[in-house]
Design a protein around this ligand. Structure first.
Ligand SMILES: CC(C)(COP(=O)(O)OP(=O)(O)OC[C@H]1O[C@@H](n2cnc3c(N)ncnc32)[C@H](O)[C@@H]1OP(=O)(O)O)[C@@H](O)C(=O)NCCC(=O)NCCS
Length: 176
C-alpha cells in the first residue's frame, strides 16, 4: 500500500527527487511556524530529509514510510506534503509525521480533505488508530486535529525547561 489517493481537489503521490524544490517552497512558506516548532527549521534541509525519506522514527524501516506530495488535482501544482509512517509506535498505529500546505492553500478545507481521504483508505484495514505529534505552540494545528476527532492525548515530548528556542509536542490520537 502506497497511501496514494485522489480526492475532489487533491492528487497525493509518493514524493520524488524532482519534487525537492517544490517541497522546499512548501516549507519556506511556513517559515514563521517552523521557527516555533523545532530546532531544525531550514526549508532545504527539511525538504531533503522528506524527499530522501530520512524523517523516520528511531530504528524505522524505510518501507513503512510514505512521504506524499499533495498536488492540485487539475493543474498538478504542488499544494503541500503529507508524511506518514505505518506501525509506530505500535503495529496498528499510523503515525502522521507531517501535514503541511502552502500558505495560499490553507484555510479552505484541503487539510481536512487530505486527512479524511487517508482515513477512508485506512478503513477497513490493519491500522486501528491514527496518531499525530503537534507542536504545543501550533494552536491552529491543534484546533485542526481536535476538530477531526483527535481527542486522546497519548503523550508529551520535548524540552523540560522554558525559553527561546525550546520546544515541546503533544501527541494526539484517534481511533478508526
Ligand atoms: C494545519 C493545516 C494542515 C490545516 O489544513 P487547512 O486546509 O488549512 O485546514 P482546513 O481548512 O481543512 O480547516 C479545518 C479545520 O481546522 C481548523 N483550522 C485550520 N486552519 C485554521 C486557522 N488558521 N485558524 C483557526 N483554525 C484553523 C479549523 O478548526 C477548521 O475547522 P472549521 O471549518 O470549523 O473552521 C494547514 O493549515 C497547514 O498546513 N498549516 C501549516 C502547517 C501545520 O501547522 N501543519 C500541522 C502540523 S501537525
Amino acid at each position: 500500500m502506497s497511501y496514494s489517493f485522489r480526492s475532489a481537489r487533491i492528487l497525493a503521490q509518493p514524493v520524488a527527487e524532482a519534487d525537492t524544490l517544490d517541497i522546499e517552497a512548501v516549507y519556506t512558506g511556513n517559515r514563521a511556524l517552523l521557527l516555533l516548532l523545532d530546532r531544525e527549521n531550514d526549508p532545504l534541509v527539511l525538504a531533503r530529509r522528506f524527499v530522501e525519506g530520512r524523517n523516520m522514527p528511531p530504528r524505522g524501516c524505510p518501507s513503512c514510510l510514505h512521504n506524499l506530495v499533495l498536488r492540485e488535482a487539475g493543474s498538478g501544482d504542488v499544494m503541500g506534503l503529507f508524511g506518514l509512517y505505518r506501525g509506530y509506535p505500535k503495529a496498528d498505529i499510523l503515525y502522521v509525521g507531517e501535514l503541511f500546505l502552502c500558505r495560499e492553500f490553507q484555510g479552505v478545507g484541503l487539510g481536512r480533505e487530505a486527512y479524511l481521504s487517508l482515513e477512508a483508505m485506512l478503513r477497513p484495514g490493519p491500522m486501528s488508530r491514527v496518531r499525530v505529534g503537534v507542536g504545543l505552540r501550533n494552536w491552529n494545528a491543534m484546533r485542526f486535529w481536535i476538530r477531526l476527532g483527535f481527542s486522546q492525548v497519548t503523550g508529551m515530548s520535548g524540552d523540560r525547561s522554558f525559553g527561546p528556542g525550546r520546544h515541546a509536542f503533544l501527541e494526539l490520537q484517534k481511533n478508526l
